[in-house]
Ligand binder design. Structure first.
Ligand SMILES: NC(=O)c1ccc[n+]([C@@H]2O[C@H](COP(=O)([O-])OP(=O)(O)OC[C@H]3O[C@@H](n4cnc5c(N)ncnc54)[C@H](OP(=O)(O)O)[C@@H]3O)[C@@H](O)[C@H]2O)c1
Length: 292
C-alpha cells in the first residue's frame, strides 16, 4: 500500500474495479488507456475516490512496441488486463483482431517490465478460464474438478473456431516463456464469466451478454453452462496475488458453476417484477461435458 502500480486497459470492466480498489487501498495508480482523448472511457476513472491525487492516466497501445515503458517505470506491481475481448464468432479476422494484440501486447508489456527492473516486483496477468478448459481431451467425468493443472490446447481452440480462447491461451504461454527467460515474477489470474456492477457508462461483452440472457433468454454458451464470478472478487484476487508474497503460478477464479436456466431463476426470484422471456426446453438439459 502506498506504492505505485500500473493497470493496463484501465477503462475496461474488470480493470475499472481494480483501479477503484487499488486507490481505496492507498496505492498510486498509473492507468493505461488506449485513447486519452476518448472522454467516454476515462471520466468514470477520474471520479473515483482518491483519483484526483493518486491516479495518473497514460496512453498506451498493445500493438505499439515500447508503448508501456513510461507507464511501468518505477512501479512495484504491474497488472496487465488489456486484451481484446470479443466473441470468437464475431471476429472477421481473428488473427489480427484477437491473437496478435493479445500475444504481442502481453510481450510488449513484459518487455517494458523487464526494462524497468528491479522496481517491478511482480506482474499479475489477467488470463482466463478459457486458457484452462479447452484441453481437447475427451471430457472427464463431471465429478472431476477443473483446476490450475489444466491447459487449453491452441490447436484444439483453432480447429474449433474458439479464437478468443486461442488468443488467451497463446498470450498466457508467451507470458510464462518470456517471464522465465527474463526472471520476471509472474502470477496469472483465470476468471470465469465475470458479472456484477459496471463502473463505466457503457456495457462491454460480458455484462452485455448477461443483459441479453435476461431480456432475450439467449445464453452466451451453447451448453448454457456459466462459470460465474463477481467482478469485485476478480479485482480483489488480483490485489491478493500481488500483495501475498507466497502467491505463485496460476489461479482459477470462479465462484459458481450453474446453468443459464438456474441463473434466470435467481434473477426472477430477486427481481419478481421483471418479465423474463420464456425458456426453451433445451436449456434445462445439462451437458455433463461442461459441468465441473
Ligand atoms: N469479462 C470476463 O468475463 C473475463 C473473463 C476472463 C478473463 N477476462 C480478461 O480480463 C481482461 C479484461 O476484460 P474485461 O471483461 O474487463 O473487458 P473490457 O472491458 O473489454 O476491457 C478490455 C480492455 O482492453 C483494452 N484493449 C483492447 N485492445 C487494446 C489495444 N489494442 N490496445 C490497448 N488497449 C486495448 C480495452 O480498451 P478499449 O476500451 O479502448 O477497447 C479495454 O480497456 C481481459 O484480458 C480479458 O481477456 C475477462
Amino acid at each position: 500500500m502506498g506504492a505505485t502500480v500500473c493497470v493496463t486497459g484501465a477503462s475496461g470492466y474488470i480493470a475499472s474495479w481494480l483501479v477503484k480498489l487499488l486507490l481505496r487501498r492507498g496505492y498510486t495508480v498509473r492507468a493505461t488507456v488506449r485513447d486519452l482523448g476518448d472522454s467516454g472511457k476515462i471520466e468514470h476513472l477520474k471520479t473515483l475516490q482518491g483519483a484526483d491525487q493518486r491516479l495518473h492516466l497514460i496512453q498506451a497501445s498493445l500493438t505499439e512496441e515500447g508503448s508501456f515503458d513510461s507507464a511501468v517505470r518505477g512501479c512495484e506491481y504491474v497488472f496487465h488486463l488489456a486484451s481484446p475481448v470479443l466473441a470468437s464468432s464475431s471476429a472477421s479476422d481473428p488473427q489480427r483482431q484477437l491473437v496478435e494484440p493479445a500475444v504481442n501486447g502481453t510481450l510488449n508489456v513484459l518487455k517494458s517490465c523487464a526494462g524497468a527492473a528491479p522496481s517491478v516486483k511482480r506482474v499479475i496477468l489477467t488470463a482466463s478460464i478459457s486458457s484452462v478448459i479447452y484441453t481437447g481431451k475427451p471430457s472427464s467425468p463431471p465429478d472431476v474438478p477443473i483446476d490450475e493443472t489444466w491447459h487449453s490446447d491452441p490447436e484444439f481452440c483453432a480447429s474449433n473456431g474458439e479464437f478468443y480462447p486461442l488468443s488467451k491461451t497463446l498470450a498466457e504461454q508467451a507470458a510464462w516463456k518470456f517471464s522465465s527467460e527474463n526472471d520476471i515474477d509472474l502470477v496469472t489470474i483465470h476468471p470465469g464469466f465475470v458479472i456484477g456492477p459496471v463502473l463505466q457508462p457503457y456495457l462491454t461483452l460480458t455484462p452485455k451478454s448477461m443483459l441479453k440472457l435476461i431480456t432475450e433468454g439467449k445464453p452466451f454458451f451453447p451448453t448454457g453452462i456459466y462459470r460465474f464470478v463477481d467482478v469485485r472478487d476478480v479485482a480483489t484476487a488480483h490485489i491478493l496475488a500481488a500483495e501475498n508474497p507466497e502467491a505463485r503460478g496460476r489461479y482459477c477464479v470462479v465462484s459458481r458453476v450453474i446453468h443459464s436456466s438456474e441463473a434466470l431463476a435467481i434473477v426472477k426470484q430477486t427481481f419478481p417484477s421483471l418479465h423474463l422471456p420464456p425458456m426453451s426446453f433445451g436449456w434445462w438439459c445439462y451437458s455433463s461435458a461442461g459441468v465441473s
